[in-house]
Design a protein around this ligand. Structure first.
Ligand code: GDP
Ligand code: CA
Length: 342
């Protein structure tokens, strides 16, 4: 019997594929219900990364690191708490672009350390380990890849010969607030990217693999798109359980709708599950949690070969977030007990 099915007997190895805010919030809940001896490895999305002002910015890795390390700004859910913005104001005085991306003064220090280490030849995973030595997030935070991968969004542009133009995901998300239609998503560099050291091992050795309610297109999508990762997920003996980021037909606290619509994925709990697919049928999921109000979605998900369960999916406070993490582990334990199809 695996460790997840025999919970009381063994430490568990939990592997989580995570984007930024949604993933970090879920991880807070997970750490509050995990046993101290459990090992949590987080494979973080790095396709949101961008070079700005000569600095390597890793929004999702930093959101996870600051959130779990208690350094996050609780209201914004990104960047440092008690932040000041002198450097940003000075850059604006010089007329330096872009002005739409904020790096606070404290946050800037993180980026100086990261960039300096990268330029000295360290890999992104080594740099992330070094940054986490300060923040002690309580998880092993591993970038999905040490190679440069960047999500670009194809938008309409009347001035272009083709009628379209690709912009960096951050420009689409932060400057345009995801307010215009998505005509395509290009994850530049993904095909040639290699999984970072530890990524495939963490999936292979896991007792349970969890997909938090992270953005399915730009957070989970790039991670499972790194060559080798999907195959590792299909091969692992661990159950793979995901949480719907869609409640009642809308992206919760987010702007994921345009991305889903742009790729023809229905904005629903079942639409996202079917997009990821059942592991028993060549996809990625064994189990899927949908919100209590999405009970009808359960049948469509089950029909696709994925075990679906209805539980409250809102992560409103530490109690509801912990309950959601517990429900994910419980579904994984039930699936492990019956044996997951591969
Ligand atoms: P990002 O990288 O900062 O965009 O964060 P993630 O990709 O990890 O997560 C973003 C997603 O989290 C959004 O698309 C939301 O649908 C989802 N989300 C945010 N809050 C909640 C919540 O309370 N419950 C659920 N189920 N999903 C949530
Ligand atoms: Ca992100």
């Amino acid at each position: 019997m695996s460790a997840v099915a025999a919970r009381e007997n063994a430490a568990m190895r939990i592997c989580v594929l995570s984007g930024g805010v949604g993933g970090a919030r879920f991880l807070q809940g997970l750490l509050s219900v995990a046993a101290p001896e459990d090992e949590v490895t987080v494979i973080g999305n790095t396709a949101d990364d961008i070079w700005l002002f000569g600095l390597k910015v890793c929004p999702d890795l930093d959101t996870i690191m600051y959130t779990l390390g208690d350094g996050i700004d609780a209201e914004r859910r990104w960047g440092r708490s008690d932040e000041t913005w002198s450097a940003k104001a000075e850059l604006a005085e010089y007329g330096v672009e872009p002005t739409w991306f904020g790096l606070g003064d404290k946050d800037l220090a993180t980026h100086l350390v990261r960039t300096q280490m990268l330029q000295a030849g360290y890999t992104l995973s080594a740099v992330t380990r070094a940054l986490c030595a300060r923040w002690q997030p309580g998880v092993d935070l591993v970038p999905m890849s040490d190679d440069r991968v960047e999500t670009h969004i194809l938008i309409d542009d009347d001035d272009s010969d083709t009628g379209q133009r690709a912009i960096h995901f951050q420009e689409y998300w932060v400057r345009l607030r995801a307010g215009i239609p998505v005509r395509g998503v290009l994850v530049v560099g993904l095909e040639d990217a290699r999984p970072a050291p530890g990524v495939l091992d963490a999936i292979g050795a896991a007792d349970v693999v969890l997909l938090p309610p992270s953005n399915p297109i730009v957070s989970i999508g790039p991670i499972v798109g790194v060559p080798g990762v999907a195959a590792a997920l299909r091969a692992t003996a661990a159950p793979v359980v995901g949480v719907s980021p869609i409640i009642g037909g809308a992206a919760v606290r987010g702007m994921a709708d345009q991305l889903l619509l742009g790729l023809g994925v229905p904005v629903s709990a079942s639409g996202v599950a079917l997009h990821l697919g059942a592991r028993s049928r060549g996809g990625l999921l064994d189990g899927w949690l949908v919100d209590d109000q999405d009970t009808p979605a359960r049948d469509a998900v089950s029909a696709a070969g994925i075990h679906a369960r209805c539980v409250p999916l809102w992560m409103n406070d530490p109690t509801t977030t912990a309950a959601l993490a517990q429900d994910s582990l419980a579904l994984a334990a039930d699936l492990a007990a019956v044996g997951t199809p591969r």
